[in-house]
Design a protein around this ligand. Sequence first.
Ligand code: NAD
Length: 495
Amino acid sequence: MSTVQGQANLPNAATAVELVARARAAQQAWAAQTAEQRAAKLRQAQDAVLARAGERAERIGAETHKPLAESYSSEVLGVADLFNYWCKHGPELLKPRKGKVPSLEMPGKSAWVERLPRGVVVCISPWNYPVSLPMRTIVPALLAGNAVVLKPSEITPTPGGWLVDALHSALGDVILVAEGDGAMGAALIGAGPDQVVFTGSTRTGRKVAVACAERGIPCDLELGGKDCAVVLDDAAIERTAAGVAWGILTNAGQNCSGIERVAVHAAVADRFVPALVRELERAAADVPELVTPAQRRIVEEHVRDALGRGAKLLTGELTPPERPLPPLLLAEVDRDAPAWKDESFGPVAVLAIAKDDAALIALANDSRYGLGASVWGSDLERAERVARQVRSGMVWVNNHSFTGALPDLPWVGVGDSGTGVTNSPEALEHLTRPHLLVIDKASAIEAWWYPYGPAMVDLMKTVIDRQRSGGLGATLRTLKALKTRTAEMNRARGK
Ligand code: NAD
């Protein structure tokens, strides 16, 4: 059994310690295999994960309220690609790098920088993408030789459970699941893993960071967002409105890089705003109820507060609890209001109008978050210029957020959106540690070893000069200084 189901009454700490220990025991033999061997095993595991994909997509939909189309597009679709990518490119990306060693001053040495697994990686996941998010960590972490203990969200435990069961049947204890709420997450950190990859809210992420810091455990934080779509005055109105509406509403807005703010150039506001309202209203039928009543209350509070401060609703209304929230678009929102400043995580966005590019960029950057952003316009040079000035981990020109499903591209934020990287070769920086191996074949006693003397100081001066200026003259002076220093050392040793 890979899960700890049925052991719910055991204290979390004991369960967490047991799981981390089991993972650690299995990890050593796993890490001793070559990356190619691990890739071959992961390819077998891929089949187990993707078997019965249709049934599983339906189950994900039932637990997360996702429309079936989104269960397929955002949860199941990318999984095969993720395995393909890492199994194909992982072994190459993990190859040791030959380090540079100056052969004149340090002859006979070769240096290798290897990427070694960290050991046991604890992956703590949120509920909004219960399969695709943990998989972005699990597949490269395993390929790199780690073992993984997954803690799925208590709100959506089933997909994480079957995911791990499928992987466990092919790979054994290098992949385990710990069911439970935040207390189990905290207990897993307390059990002393070698790396924590946390995806969730900024508030919990701060607690995780502190708990990891206290134990000296490196941690990756993928946190909340408040993405802004910047609409320039040469944007293609219909396509931009359709794309921004999708960015606001996908997964009912419960998307870390959901568009929650829209900054529109004044010159196109009278055409763009009605087009966006039309698109939001058209999409309403495909927007499900939020996953929890608590999440819905946050959205409602943001909207009520904004309206109380004088904002206007351009579309939608606060519906009674038995009806799903429709798409909501607010304008003239106070920039101190939670609806502008805090993550809402629902089918709601705030819209502001600005007169030029500089003012649009200022609107986009008026946030403590920095996950994604998008810039929409026809002049691509200008759009790119604007994109480079928006403070975010990712920026898409004329699209939004879709790259989460592409394993070669980093998913990354700044500021309150966290410090982590998932997907892409860059994620390996976090899932492995650099390890230096140096082999010395030199037979002579090194010039910088004892005993010291004036020739050593001269040699150091010459080497510094060579480093600064280079050139044949400096090299010849270094050779001469080395010879003098060798003679000095020989004399001191009575040779
Ligand atoms: P959350 O922070 O409430 O919970 C996330 C996970 O942390 C859950 O598994 C939970 O059980 C666990 N947890 C809670 N307290 C803990 C503690 N003290 N120690 C360890 N683990 C603990 O987040 P959520 O509501 O499940 O998810 C929504 C949030 O996740 C949003 O803010 C969203 O933006 C963010 N998110 C970010 C990304 C990203 O890639 N940046 C992706 C998806 C979701």
